[in-house]
Design a protein around this ligand. Structure first.
Ligand code: SAJ
Length: 424
C-alpha cells in the first residue's frame, strides 16, 4: 500500500457519497493513505455498522482495512455530507424496467453536495453513467451552488473498475482512467488517484472516460453472450459447450469467457443499456448480447425440467443464488429468473447458498436443500460447492442428477458417486 505524500494544496478532507461495494473500500483505502475521510450513506444501519468497525457487506480483506481506517481516526460515517476538499460520488446507477438509466441517486448525491461546495473543491464521479452525464447533469446541479465550474470548482469522472471478490486488490493495482470536464479538473483528479493507486493513471476527457467504462462492461457482456451462444449451438450437436470453449481457448489468439446460466450483478447486465439507449440505431451487437444472456435462465430451467420429465412431483436443490461465485451479492442474479421459471413449471425447489443472506426466497443449508431432491441445479460456482464431496449428499437425495451450469464440479468424481452429470 502506498504511503501518502502530502503537500499543502492537495485535498485532505474527503467526503465519499455511497458506502456500498465501491464507496466503502474507496473511503477506507483513502483513510489509510492519509486522507481525512467522511463516508456518507443514507442508511442508518450501514453508518452505524461502519462506525463500530463492523462490515455491512462481505468482501475479501475489507474488514482489516476498514478496522485500520477506523482505528486511525481518519474515517467516520454519517448520513449527510459535510464540507470537504474533495467529494467522491459512488452511488448506484441502475436501469429501470424499460432499460432507461435511473440517475436519481447521482442527482440526490450531487444535490446534497451543493450547500457544502466551496471554492477550489473537486468533485469526482465514480458511478457508471451514460455519456454526457459528468459534464452535463452533474456539473449543472453543482453550479446551483452559485460557483462557476472550471473556475471555482472542478469535476471529473473516474469510473470504478473493481471486480467484486477482488475489490481491495484491484482498487490499488488497476490502472485508472480519469476524464476531466477540463484539463485542470483532470489534472487535479489524477493527483488524488496517484496517491491511492499503484496502477497507471490516464487522463482524458469526461466523455471518453464515460465511454471507456461502458465499453469495458459491454465487452464482457458480448463475450459471455458469445460463450452462451456457443453452449446452445453445441447442445444442438449433443456436446458440452464448456468443453468447446475450453478447447477453442487453446488457440493462441482466442479468449472466450465461460458460458453460464446468465449474466447478473449490478454492472454487466445494466451498463450496456446506457450505450444501447443513447445509440439505439448503432448498438446492434450489444443489444443482441443482452438478449442472448437474458434468455439463458429460462433455457436452463427448461433443460432442468426436461431432465426431470419422467420423475413424479420432482424437487430441485438449487445451489447458489449469488450472481457469481464467492460473493454475497444477489442483485440482478440469473438465479431469480431460473427460480421463477421453475415455479411457473410447478417444480418444487429448495435453495442453498452459504454467502447470500438477503433474498426474496428462503435459503437453507446444502443438507436441508438436497433432502429428498431429484436434481442438484448448480447456478453459482462458490468454492463451498466445488469442494464438496458428492458422497456427503448422495444418500440424502431421491434421484441422483446434477446439472452443472458453471462447469465447476469434478464430473468424474460426481459420476463415481453415482450421479448423472448434465453439463450446460
Ligand atoms: N460471467 C459468466 N461467464 C464469465 C464471466 C462472467 O457467465 O466467463 C457472469 C458472472 O457469473 C456474473 C456476470 O457475468 O453473473 C458478471 O460477472 P463478472 O465477474 O464478469 O463482473 P462483475 O459484474 O462482478 O464486475 C464487472 C467487472 N467488469 C469487467 O471485468 C469489465 C468489474 O471490473 C467492474 O468494476 C464491475 O463490473 C462494475 O462495477 O462495473
Amino acid at each position: 500500500m502506498l504511503l501518502a505524500v502530502e503537500t499543502a494544496n492537495d485535498p485532505q478532507r474527503v467526503c465519499v457519497l455511497g458506502l456500498g461495494y465501491v464507496g466503502l473500500p474507496t473511503a477506507a483505502i483513502m483513510a489509510v493513505n492519509g486522507f481525512d475521510v467522511t463516508g456518507v450513506d443514507l442508511r442508518s444501519d450501514v453508518v452505524e455498522a461502519i462506525n463500530t468497525g463492523r462490515l455491512p457487506l462481505q468482501e475479501v480483506g475489507l474488514k482489516r482495512v476498514l478496522q485500520a481506517a477506523i482505528n486511525s481516526g481518519r474515517l467516520r460515517a454519517r448520513q449527510t455530507p459535510s464540507p470537504a476538499d474533495l467529494f467522491v460520488i459512488a452511488v448506484p446507477t441502475p436501469v429501470r424496467d424499460d432499460h432507461t438509466p435511473d440517475l436519481s441517486y447521482v442527482e440526490q448525491g450531487a444535490q446534497s453536495i451543493v450547500p457544502h461546495l466551496a471554492r477550489g473543491n473537486l468533485v469526482v464521479l465514480e458511478s457508471t453513467v451514460p455519456p454526457g452525464t459528468t459534464d452535463g447533469m452533474l456539473t449543472r446541479i453543482l453550479s446551483g451552488s452559485g460557483l462557476t465550474p472550471k473556475e471555482d470548482f472542478f469535476v471529473a469522472h473516474c469510473p470504478e473498475r473493481v471486480l467484486p471478490g477482488r475489490i481491495l486488490a484491484e482498487l490499488v493495482e488497476n490502472d485508472r482512467v480519469i476524464g476531466g470536464i477540463d484539463e485542470e479538473s483532470g489534472r487535479r483528479a489524477a493527483k488524488v488517484y496517484r496517491r491511492i493507486a499503484e496502477g497507471k493513471v490516464f487522463v482524458t476527457s469526461a466523455i471518453t472516460a464515460e465511454l471507456v467504462k461502458l465499453v469495458e462492461n459491454a465487452y464482457r457482456d458480448v463475450n459471455v453472450a458469445f460463450a452462451n451462444e456457443i453452449a446452445r449451438v453445441s447442445r444442438e450437436w449433443g456436446v458440452d459447450g464448456s468443453e468447446v470453449v475450453r478447447l477453442a481457448n487453446r488457440h493462441p489468439r482466442v479468449s472466450i469467457l465461460r458460458p453460464g446460466p446468465g449474466v447478473g450483478g449490478h454492472c454487466i447486465p445494466v451498463d450496456p443499456w446506457f450505450l444501447i439507449q443513447t445509440s439505439p440505431d448503432l448498438a446492434h451487437l450489444m443489444r443482441a448480447a443482452r438478449e442472448v444472456n437474458d434468455a439463458m435462465p429460462v433455457w436452463v430451467a427448461d433443460r432442468a425440467a426436461s431432465a426431470l420429465a419422467d420423475i413424479p412431483d420432482p424437487k430441485i436443490s438449487v445451489w447458489g443464488v449469488a450472481y457469481k461465485g464467492n460473493v454475497d451479492d444477489a442483485r440482478e442474479t440469473p438465479a431469480l429468473k431460473v427460480i421463477e421459471a421453475l415455479e411457473a413449471r410447478g417444480i418444487r425447489f429448495s435453495l442453498a447458498d452459504p454467502h447470500v443472506t438477503r433474498f426474496p426466497h428462503p435459503i437453507s443449508t446444502v443438507d436441508e436443500s438436497v433432502a429428498g431432491a431429484d436434481c442438484i441445479l448448480l447456478l453459482t460456482d462458490h468454492d463451498e460447492f466445488t469442494r464438496l464431496d458428492p458422497a456427503s449428499v448422495v444418500g440424502k437425495m431421491r434421484t441422483r442428477i446434477v446439472f452443472d451450469t458453471r462447469d465447476c464440479l469434478n464430473a468424474h468424481r460426481w459420476r463415481e458417486a453415482g450421479f448423472r452429470v448434465i453439463p450446460l
